[in-house]
Structure formats: C-alpha cells, structure tokens
Design a protein around this ligand. Structure first.
Ligand SMILES: CC(C)(COP(=O)(O)OP(=O)(O)OC[C@H]1O[C@@H](n2cnc3c(N)ncnc32)[C@H](O)[C@@H]1OP(=O)(O)O)[C@@H](O)C(=O)NCCC(=O)NCCS
Length: 144
C-alpha cells in the first residue's frame, strides 16, 4: 500500500537527482524550496520513499487568480506505474483546494503529458524547449 505524506525539501533531493537529473547538469535544488508557502509531498511503500513532488506559489502570466506551480514530480523507475504519482497529485489537489488556490500549473515534459492528462490537467499553447531538459508543454488544472 502506498502512503502519502508531507515531506521536507531535503527529502525530495535524492529522488529528484536520480530521476530528473540523470545526465542533466542542472540544479536539483530549486529556488523556492524553502519558501514559507512551499510544500513537498512524498509517496512511501513499505516505509521507503518512492516518489516526490513539490508545490510552490508562482505566477504564470497565462493564468488569473491564485496559482501554484508543481515542480520536481518524480517516481523511482522501479515504482513507476504503481499509482504513486496519481496519489501525490490527488493529495495536492485536496490541499490546494483547501488553501483556496485557483490553478495548479507546471512545465510538463512531453513524456509525462499523458500522465498529467489522466490526472485532469490540460495543455496550454505550443511546445517549448527548456535547455538541457527538452520539449515541454505548460499544463494546468483549474481547482475550482
Ligand atoms: C511521470 C511520472 C511522474 C508518473 O508517476 P507514476 O508514479 O509513474 O504514475 P502513476 O503510477 O501514478 O500513474 C497513474 C496513471 O498514469 C499512467 N502513466 C504513468 N506515467 C505515464 C506516462 N509517462 N505516460 C502515460 N501514462 C502514464 C499510469 O499507467 C497510470 O494509469 P492508470 O491510472 O490507467 O493505471 C513518473 O513516471 C516519472 O517520474 N517519470 C520520469 C520523470 C518525469 O518525467 N517526471 C515528470 C517531469 S514533468
């Protein structure tokens, strides 16, 4: 069974590094990791952290209202497809809705777009390139 919990910024780092930064020489520590409005969610199986995600107050000019950005969404390779990502996002939707946030958005890697669509996010606009990481879409979910 997968358990979802809030975790610290430091706890996200090993999985961010392994899953999101393999062969990509970009920081795995993000500006905003320790902002007072930021929170991080982890998924555990048998007490082992298998997936992480981070939620930061950040404005995207395409949207109105109160916004949060999803960053650093990653599941360990051997645990991908077992429901961890979905459960983390469901928990985040619930927390953000209670916080009265209007929109959750992210810069989604192309390979993750269908995962996000399954969780109710939509793409906005054209594909764009993030140097060293690759092609992305802005994706978002209206929370109310
Ligand atoms: C994308 C990622 C975060 C998804 O997390 P996950 O824990 O594997 O996803 P889940 O197991 O919760 O999957 C939920 C559903 O989405 C599907 N899914 C998962 N990854 C998918 C993908 N890349 N493309 C299409 N569908 C996907 C699952 O099959 C599952 O479908 P179901 O509900 O019909 O059974 C994870 O695969 C990952 O870390 N990928 C590498 C890093 C990455 O690309 N991160 C996103 C950066 S924007």
């Amino acid at each position: 069974m997968i358990q979802i919990k809030k975790i610290s910024a430091e706890e996200t780092y090993p999985i961010r590094l392994e899953v999101l930064r393999e062969n990509i020489p970009l920081p795995y520590k993000f500006n905003g990791d320790f902002d007072e409005n930021t929170f991080h969610i982890g998924a555990y199986r048998n007490k082992k952290l298998i997936a992480v995600s981070s939620y930061m107050k950040a404005e995207n000019k395409n949207f109105r209202g109160k916004q949060y950005q999803l960053r650093g969404m990653a599941t360990l390779v051997e645990s991908q497809g077992t429901g961890a990502g979905k459960l983390m996002l469901q928990a985040a939707f619930s927390i953000l809705t209670k916080m009265n946030i209007d929109i959750l958005w992210c810069n989604a890697r192309v390979i993750a777009v269908d995962f996000y669509k399954k969780q109710g996010l939509e793409t906005l606009g054209e594909l764009f390139e993030i140097p060293l990481v690759g092609a992305h879409y802005v994706m978002f979910k209206k929370l109310k």
